[in-house]
Design a protein around this ligand. Structure first.
Ligand SMILES: [Zn+2]
Ligand SMILES: [Zn+2]
Length: 352
């Protein structure tokens, strides 16, 4: 098996990647959404009677609450903690190139501290594969870690992005809804025009600190982005595929930052040559996904494109094919209340 599961993480991410023997697959957990998501993940583990160490790894990509809040709940739970062999998480100690930030009290930083305390208090193996270094691109080469046949290549963050988070460790993504949001009506969406809107990159430092990785199993590669920045991802992909350009072609991409317009550019999409895109969000707080990002995905990916949304909301349902220009060939599928499972081994037209 090679499978990606999405959990009801509200506006955030909570992913389980499973691979290996169908009877006893190996698993890693990547982010855990909001606090309520933790309950669903625990129920998943109980239902499958997962034993101690069932999760090879728990990656917390960055400190924004839609990724970390559930992680604090899960690592605070003794039963669940036993099921985790180790965590990857860049805490305050990993942002070592700047002095401690003043006035460091907003939610994400506090959650980051809470998570750090839990990890230390319970001696959960922490960033072990990286020694004393953070989970990041250090120097020229992309770190590669193998776990039982699954190969993980780190493509974000770099040390500069981690250092940039140190000073405003408490800086959070603005809670206000994006300006100029237009609600979807009955009208067709003009993909061509939307795709060409100028790209304004996300500059939020917590997002830039996201751990993003390419996961490979068998001949298939997927890109898991957290909320990473486009420039870092493109630079890493250049490096990853420098000897063999075809390596940048992905079987599936989890769109960065919940399909925000600032984290998906036309250039990135064209370079990935990927027919399957996943968007994890229920649209709370930020109105994700942005229609510009989805339009870029549809405009620059090889058809037929499959869009996977874990929630059916007004914003995501607008991408059901019937509402769209007739010459765009793609499919949209929806999870049930945030739950969605994708059989990566069965996806067609992959990594070609
Ligand atoms: Zn996020
Ligand atoms: Zn974020």
């Amino acid at each position: 098996v090679f499978e990606l599961g999405l959990f009801p993480a509200r506006e955030g991410d909570a992913l389980i990647l499973s691979w290996g023997d169908a009877a006893a697959p190996q698993r890693i957990l990547i982010d855990a959404g909001r606090a309520s998501t933790a309950k669903t993940i625990k129920a998943y583990a109980r239902k499958r009677q997962l034993g101690p160490g069932a999760f090879e790894l728990f990656v917390i990509t960055h400190i924004d609450r839609d990724h970390i809040e559930g992680a604090v709940a899960l690592l605070g739970d003794a039963w669940f903690r036993k099921r985790v062999k180790g965590v990857w998480f860049n805490g305050r100690k990993d942002l070592k190139y700047a002095p401690p930030a003043p006035g460091y009290e907003t939610f994400g930083a506090l959650q980051g501290e809470a998570l750090t305390n839990l990890i230390q208090q319970h001696a959960v193996p922490w960033n072990t594969a990286f020694g004393d270094a953070p989970v990041a691109i250090v120097g020229g080469s992309l770190p590669v870690i193998e776990i039982g046949g699954l190969k993980l290549t780190i493509v974000s963050p770099d040390l500069k992005q981690l250092a940039a988070l140190a000073h405003p460790w408490d800086e959070q993504v603005s809670e206000k809804a994006p300006s100029g949001w237009e609600t979807y009506g009955e009208e067709a969406i003009d993909i061509g025009a939307l795709a060409k809107t100028p790209f304004r990159p996300d500059r939020a430092k917590p997002n830039g600190s996201s751990i993003a990785m390419i996961a490979e199993y068998g001949a298939r590669r997927i890109l898991l982005t957290g909320d990473a920045h486009v420039a870092r991802l493109r630079a890493s992909l250049d490096q990853y595929a420098n000897r063999q350009p075809g390596l940048r072609h992905m079987c599936l991409v989890k769109a960065s930052h919940h399909g925000s317009r600032g984290n998906t550019s036309l250039e990135l999409v064209s370079e990935l040559v990927c027919p399957h895109w996943v968007i994890s969000t229920n649209g709370d707080h930020f109105g994700h996904p942005d229609q510009e990002a989805i339009a870029r995905i549809l405009a620059a990916s090889p058809p037929p494109v499959c869009l996977f949304f874990n929630y059916a909301t007004d914003r995501t349902r607008a991408w059901a094919a019937t509402a769209l220009t007739p010459n765009t060939i793609y499919q949209a599928s929806f999870g049930e209340d945030g739950l969605l499972s994708i059989d990566l081994a069965a996806l067609p037209n992959c990594c070609v």
